[in-house]
Design a protein around this ligand. Sequence first.
Ligand SMILES: Nc1ncnc2c1ncn2[C@@H]1O[C@H](COP(=O)(O)OP(=O)(O)OP(=O)(O)O)[C@@H](O)[C@H]1O
Ligand SMILES: [Mg+2]
Length: 412
Amino acid sequence: MNIKRLAGTGNPFIIGTDIPNEYFCDREMETAKLIGYITNGNNVVLKAQRRLGKTSLLMHLFKQPEIGGRYNTLMVDIYMTKGESDFIREFSKAFLNAPFTKTEKGKNALNELFPEVRLYANLNLGVFNAGAEAKLRTEYAVTLDKMFAFLEQTDKPNLVVFDEFQTIEEYPEKMSAILRSYVQKMTNTRFVFSGSERHLLASMFNESNKPFFRTALPMELDIIPEATYQAFCSRLFEQRKRHITSEAISFTYDLFTANTYEMQQVMNLAFSFTGEGKTAGIPVIKDCIQGYLLDNDAYYRKLLAQSKSVKERNLLQCLAVESTASELTSQAMISKYNLGGPSSVTSSLKKLTNMKRATVSEIGSGHFRLQDKFFELWLCDAIGILEQKYEMAADTFRKEREALRSLPGRFA
Ligand SMILES: Nc1ncnc2c1ncn2[C@@H]1O[C@H](COP(=O)(O)OP(=O)(O)OP(=O)(O)O)[C@@H](O)[C@H]1O
Ligand SMILES: [Mg+2]
């Protein structure tokens, strides 16, 4: 990278999910909608593509006076959980981390009604021997009872977020049915179920034979509108006596198809390379991307090496070149990218989309893209077409939005 990174500027483009209001972009309508749903007694199922900002939005929601001031809030991230014991551990941790159990009164109530909370928060950390854990296993039902009983007696109502909720579908236990029985009984607790596996979440909440059928109102999180993101970036640069061109923001927005995490990452770098009084234009954005790709080269090499067969690697390359691709089993695509045959395309797609933290996402029926846009650019760089990719940024954005429109019930 040919420009020097500036130190100590207090970068306003924050990477993390606990973002102070001043640096939190938009989501006003979504925040208001969530407040309305929850304060009117509804549960919500919040769905979005990966890294669009679900968790950040929910953390932001917790800070709103209508929620943070009136509800006890708990955030339970179950992404890494594999079964009921993990679930209980994460739920216990959320109890201990929640602001309302840190007060004297909250602490006392927790000690009285659910004194084992600390023990459960430490489950699976190797502090128990197998025998002790086997004994605890028989007590999980009692523990869940205690957790929900504790919530039922709080002075204030509660808001519990289960982040990456679709994970419970992979548990060996029938966790959906168990949880459903508690959720429907609660009189003073509302729930937000959030996740990025949209198909899975939709089936959990929309199919009449599933325990969570119609227990929550659906809400889909979309991209931040371009004009809003333009104003946000300009404001943060200008406030610190720096400038950014609207072309540079548009270019980033299109190239990353408005994916919040990736745009914010690039803006964070662009800000850090722009001195006081200076202006970031498209060349700065390209330098930042190049620097990012270089810094993450080893990671992307490894990611590519996970695909052992040439056909699978060709498929990844095809997706990188096309950005959003459909008709992947057509003869034209197969011969253009040397993909083998329709059946090998199908099996590669299955593998690449089914992994946890999938490399490929199906964003509309039959439309696929690489999950990580930086990986897409890294692959294009490796075959020497990064500049062409840059020139096609607006086209990339348009293509993805069209693909998203092919999903029923979407507002892309
Ligand atoms: N409204 C926002 N304003 C500013 N930055 C944001 C906003 N929303 C998200 N971000 C940025 O995007 C990143 C990803 O957001 P977040 O982790 O909330 O997304 P997610 O949808 O929960 O992702 P995952 O699918 O990985 O769970 C955050 O770390 C933050 O840097
Ligand atoms: Mg998240």
